[in-house]
Design a binder for this molecule. Structure first.
Ligand code: ATP
Ligand code: MG
Length: 445
């Protein structure tokens, strides 16, 4: 067998074995070693109790001591070491009622979700423990529950989402009985905390082709539990010759075409046209960008995305319909920069490229470098795109007009900014202050 195992990992196993305990690398790490993946997350399973593990290493954090997990720090890198467990009955379809430690590796492997995740490896003896034909399933590219899938998914509703996630990430199929069990245990999966669903979704979006996971979830009935809005796009036709997909598959194809180095763009891509069905008027979809942005916010809040993620996706979806032509005036380009925000423009372009890639007849994106160059030029030349770049601020407005702080001040500043966007040369303190008097706002602006 002989895998390349880092010295720190060997040190953990050796230390525990030297003191008379068993210790194996386990779970995803063994799976990834067998798949030839580099730098897996190293997890360990041992018959030593958490307090015994704690005594053997210098730096140990009791991360999940109730569940038998401690984190051993070696050269500041964390390694999770978990005591052999055999989970007892589950109360809420997610958390075992009580965790029972066991002295048997077999018991510990039996509680794990899928055969390919139930492998253990002792790197000192070069011994692979494979009690459920995990290696065969790895070769056959199959996600198969350990034991009876129906019982296993009833115990923990997250497992069915994990099955879809692993199938997507690894490009595997879900074994027939395991897949059939998903739709029979939806009432359990429904109770899973949305935070957990969020984590799985993020991992799925990092796959080469996340549409595989969304489709698996749809076919099994999971998508209806978490993002039912997406299914409304099925069979909603779009104008030819530009489109070859209905709205649902166009959203999925756009997600697949997006770069996967961070989840925000594929996420925005998945939701960018979510409300097209609601806006359909013949072959036109007026206002679908705004409506889709509103619905994207609802979906992402439900799935516990951070405020920053929600806002970024909202902005990208709401602005994805820009139509640049060389006729845009400099003022129009400045308004575009201001609306989208400088920090999001490249992401919006990336979304547009994915959107176009998911069409049948590409309207092209040749104008993007042209627009990019114009933006660069305008930024180098002018300086007023945001309120903070104006030559006067709220204090100046209040002093000049002798008014108190309040929404009126912001309104006045915004009116000034509109003028400056049209004519950047106005952006100096003298002109703007003069613009405020004496008969502001009607005649000056
Ligand atoms: P990755 O870290 O690449 O996402 P992984 O297989 O390491 O994949 P983790 O969530 O890190 O997944 O879990 C580590 C191991 O713990 C799994 O390989 C599996 O053996 C076990 N495991 C995790 N979650 C569950 C679960 N819900 N039910 C049963 N076993 C689980
Ligand atoms: Mg892991």
């Amino acid at each position: 067998m002989k895998f390349h195992i880092p010295t720190e990992v060997l040190y953990i196993v050796k230390t525990l074995k030297k003191h008379g305990f068993e210790c194996y690398i386990v779970g995803g790490a063994v799976r990834d070693l067998l798949l030839g993946k580099k730098n897996p997350d190293w997890d360990f399973t041992t018959n030593a109790k958490p307090e015994e593990v704690t005594k053997l290493f210098k730096k140990v954090i009791p991360t999940g001591i109730k569940f038998g997990t401690v984190t051993v720090l070696i050269k500041k890198v964390p390694y999770e070491v978990t005591t052999y467990r055999s989970d007892e009955s589950y109360i809420d379809g997610r958390h075992p009622e009580n965790v029972k430690f066991t002295t048997s590796l077999e018991e510990d492997l039996k509680r794990r979700d899928f055969t390919i995740n139930a492998l253990a490896y002792d790197p000192i003896e070069d011994k692979l423990v494979d009690l459920f034909d995990g290696q065969k399933d790895l070769k056959d590219k199959l996600i198969r529950a350990v034991g009876n899938p129906l019982e296993r998914f009833k115990e923990d509703g997250l497992r069915s989402i994990r099955a879809c996630r692993f199938a997507t990430k690894l490009g595997f199929k879900i074994e027939k009985e395991t897949f059939a069990a998903i739709s029979k245990t939806l009432s359990v999966t429904k109770k899973v905390a949305f935070e957990r669903v969020h984590d799985e979704l993020i991992k799925m979006l990092g796959a080469n082709q996340p549409s595989i996971g969304i489709e698996l979830m749809r076919k099994a009935g999971l998508l209806k539990l978490f993002i039912p809005e997406l299914e409304k796009g099925i069979k909603v036709r779009q104008p030819k010759p530009y489109h070859k997909y209905d709205v649902y598959y166009h959203n999925l194809a756009c997600m697949d075409a997006a770069p996967k180095d961070q989840p925000i763009i594929p996420l925005a891509a998945l939701l960018h046209d979510v409300e097209k069905p609601k806006c359909k008027d013949g072959m036109k979809f007026y206002g679908h960008d705004q409506k889709s942005a509103e619905t994207a916010v609802k979906i992402l809040r439900r799935l516990k995305f951070s405020n920053a993620d929600v806002e970024k996706v909202r902005l990208l979806v709401a602005n994805h319909m820009f139509h640049y032509t060389p006729k845009w005036t400099d003022a129009a380009v400045r308004r575009f920069i201001r609306k989208v925000g400088l920090e999001s423009i490249e992401e919006l372009f990336t979304l547009r490229i994915a959107d176009v890639a998911a069409m049948a007849k590409s309207p092209g994106t040749k104008y993007l470098p042209v627009l990019r160059r114009r933006i660069k030029k305008i930024l180098a030349r002018d300086n007023a795109l945001h309120l903070k770049d104006l030559a006067i601020d709220g204090n100046d407005v209040m002093k000049t007009l002798n008014i108190k702080p309040g929404p009126e001040v912001g309104k006045i500043l915004n009116q000034l900014l509109e003028k400056v966007l049209d004519e950047p040369s106005l952006n100096n303190k003298k002109t703007l202050t003069e613009a405020l008097r004496p008969s502001f706002p009607k005649t000056c602006l």
